[in-house]
Structures are given as C-alpha cells and as structure tokens.
Design a protein around this ligand. Structure first.
Ligand SMILES: *Cc1c(COP(=O)(O)O)cnc(C)c1O
Length: 405
C-alpha cells in the first residue's frame, strides 16, 4: 500500500485505525501453500485468535483456508463467516468438557490436550474421533510467554505419557485420528522445528487410525529491518520430504496441517495513530499519540518492537523519540527510536499490526476500540466501526441510589 493511501484512510475514517492489506494476506497464504506443494493433502488452518474480524475470515475462506479455533465463540465466528464445520479445528486449552462436547455437536474436529478430558470424552463418546495435542518438550519460541512446548508448559499431553494415552484409547475404544503439536510463536530456527517434528512422527507411529498430522505454527515474521524470519521455503523442502517418507512407512497418505496466525496476517496490518503532543523532557522527546496499550498491547506485554514510521513527514530529518500512549500508566510503544521529525497532528504508522493487535485490544481507560479497514482491490472497506459511547455503557447496569429510605 502507498503511504498516501494510508494517510487518506486516516483522514476518512479517523484515528486510531487498523488497516489490513488483503493482497499481503493472500501472498503469505500462497507462499505457504507453495512451499508445501509437494504434499498431496495440505491443510492450512488460519489461527483465528490472531485477527478475528469476520471479513478477514471470509477473505481467508475465499483462498481455501480452514481455521484453527481456541474457543467456542471462535468456532461460531468461523461458522458465521461461512466455513463448513469440517474446515474448522478446535484446539482449546483448559476449557470445560461441556464446551468441548458442544463444539463436537457442531461437527467440528476437536483436539484434546489433557489426559483427564481425553478419558472422560472417550468414555462418553467413543465414536467421535479426536486429535491429540502432544507436548514434545522442546524450548522454541521468541519469548517465555509465547513458548508453549517446553517442560513447564500447560499445553499438550507430555510425550512421556503416550503409554497412558494408548491405555485410554484401548479402554474406551475411542479413535485418535490426528496428532498435533504447537510449540510456540516466533520459532527462529527451522532445525528446532524439524527436531520437534521427529518427536511427532515417533508418536504418530504408535497410532493406527490417523488421518492427519498437525504441525501447529510459530513461524516467525520479520518485525524490523534485517530481522530473522522462518525460512518457510527451506522448511517446506525438508519437511515435505520427511512427511512423504513417513506416509510411505505408515502405509497411508495422511494430511499435513498447519495453523499459522502471525505468518498470514502480521505484516498485512498497519496501525495508524495521530500525534497529540510532542513533549520535551530532561531526558527525551516524547511523541504522545491518540492510542495506548488498550489498542496495541504487544510492546508492553511481550516487549515486542513494532517499526514506527511518520507517514506525514516521509522526507523529514530523522530524530530520536519515545513514542508513548495516552493511558494513565506507563504505556510505551517505543523507546529512543529514530523517526522522521514528528510534529503535532502527524500520523504515525505501526508496522506488523495484523496479528495479536486488534484481537487483544480492550476498553481500558473507557476508550473506544478503533475502527478496522480492509484494503482490497485498491479500495478501502470499513470492516469494523469505531466504538461509540453506547458501546462503553452496553451491558452495564445502573443502580439508582437517589431515593432516600
Ligand atoms: C496461537 C496459536 C497458533 C498461531 O500461532 P502463530 O504464532 O500466530 O502462528 C496456532 N496454533 C495454536 C494451537 C495456537 O494456540
């Protein structure tokens, strides 16, 4: 997208506003399917939690994608977006047996990551095939909060508990039709991914009725210039060969599934904010913008660094700024960043704002959540209105304290 188009969107829809480039999402989808074109049955299940706007879901549906969901509400959103139940996989953690059963009734493939739930589910519904999520116990992922495959993680059933899984399967007569792992976000090294895959293959050998192997996600995308990213093409080459060999040994053509969130939508998103004030202090120059961690929490939550561009002054001289929000709490988007000279009223664009940005936003400080715009076929489409004061009060119940007893 051109900077002028972004500026126009900020003008037309106001700020702050999220903008997503549909073409970039499509490119990433094609890049991934291309990298694995040597696999006969490939399934991409977009991880809804990264960015769950229904128009984005519909866009991915139009490419042929399925979805990965972690709550019954995400399943319902997927169905509302037009995904048939057989294109949805449910991979929850720590949810109730009731929620899993309700999702099963919708015809959605479930993925169980807990022995106790597996046993209860198998005893009650031995005829419904389930996938199991294993924990391969490897350390992968860019940050402790997004590394979910290590020994202390709450996710998955330990690979050391396979004998117990097999016993449950035998005792209940249930069928395991898939094996799944998801080891964390931002995996830097494909060797780590391939190593974890070997553990998945070893596990898979022990189950006789498989239809698919799900390798989760965690592909890293570049956040700054010269940043490392997962080499999808190389991973595609290596894993395709290994997977096809495995299918031969297994004696059946299995489906290879992935569930990328960030890889598909991160780079497609930009978050546009307006500079309310420039504040010179004894130590730095703050650019104070009309947003905060209520709209984009990743820097405060993960220490993630989003590149910030001053799209109102692209030719301006570069100076150092700390970009901060308006939340009444420390609310730093970026420290000591080199940005083209900032004037009050300028529009700043945060890059990589497609994944885990809007979907993690809140009403903290009683602020409205921003609007969302999808750039598709050279046109801006509003896909979510900015909230209004009514949204803030919606669901609140007022008590009248005025009547004196
Ligand atoms: C969050 C999540 C994903 C997506 O991870 P990304 O790093 O965004 O690709 C995939 N699978 C499961 C089970 C998840 O919880």
């Amino acid at each position: 997208m051109e900077k002028s188009q972004l500026l126009k969107i900020a003008q037309d829809y106001g700020s702050p506003v999220y903008v997503y480039d549909a073409e970039k999402i499509e490119q990433q989808y094609k890049r991934l399917t291309n990298a694995f074109k040597g696999v006969k049955q490939l399934k991409i299940n977009y991880a809804v939690k990264a960015l769950s706007n229904i128009s984005v879901l519909k866009l991915l549906h139009s490419f042929g994608s399925g979805i990965d969901t972690v709550s019954i509400q995400e399943v319902q959103l997927g169905l509302a977006a037009g995904f048939p139940a057989d294109k949805i996989i449910f991979t929850p953690n720590g949810v109730s047996l009731e929620e899993i059963e309700t999702v099963t009734k919708l015809g959605v493939q479930i993925n169980i990551d807990n022995l106790s739930i597996l046993e209860q589910f198998g005893a009650k519904h031995p005829n419904i095939p389930v996938c199991i999520r294993i924990n391969p116990h490897i350390m992968a992922g860019g940050n402790a909060n997004i590394s979910v495959g290590h020994i202390d993680s709450k996710f998955g059933i330990s690979v050391h508990q396979i004998p117990h899984i097999l016993r449950i399967v035998e005792n209940t007569g249930m069928t395991i039709n898939g094996i799944h792992m998801h080891t964390g976000s931002d995996i830097l090294d494909i060797e780590v991914f391939l190593y974890a895959s070997e553990i998945l293959f070893d596990t898979a050998k022990q189950f006789k009725d498989l239809e698919f192997l799900d390798f989760g996600s965690g592909f890293k995308v570049p956040y700054k210039k010269d940043d490392i990213e997962t080499n999808i093409e190389e991973l595609g080459k290596k894993l395709t060969k290994r997977f096809n060999d495995f299918c031969k040994d297994y004696g059946k053509e299995l489906t290879l599934a992935f569930e990328p969130g960030k890889f598909l939508v991160s780079e497609a998103g930009q978050f546009l904010v307006k500079v309310n004030a420039v504040k010179q202090t004894t130590s730095t120059v703050f650019a104070q913008v009309d947003s905060g961690f209520n709209h984009l929490i990743r820097p405060m939550l993960y220490g993630s660094q989003h590149v910030i561009e001053n799209i109102s002054n692209l030719k301006g001289k570069e100076r150092f700024y700390s970009v901060v929000g308006y939340i009444c709490e420390t609310d730093t988007f970026a420290n000591n960043r080199r940005i083209n000279e900032i004037n009050e009223g300028d529009i700043l664009a945060f890059k990589n704002a497609g994944a885990y940005c809007y979907s993690m936003s809140s009403n903290y400080n009683s602020r409205y959540r921003p609007a969302e715009v999808l750039w598709h076929n050279n046109k801006a489409h509003l896909i979510r209105k900015r909230e209004t004061f009514e949204d803030i009060l919606k669901n609140q119940i007022e008590i009248d304290f005025s009547s004196k007893k």
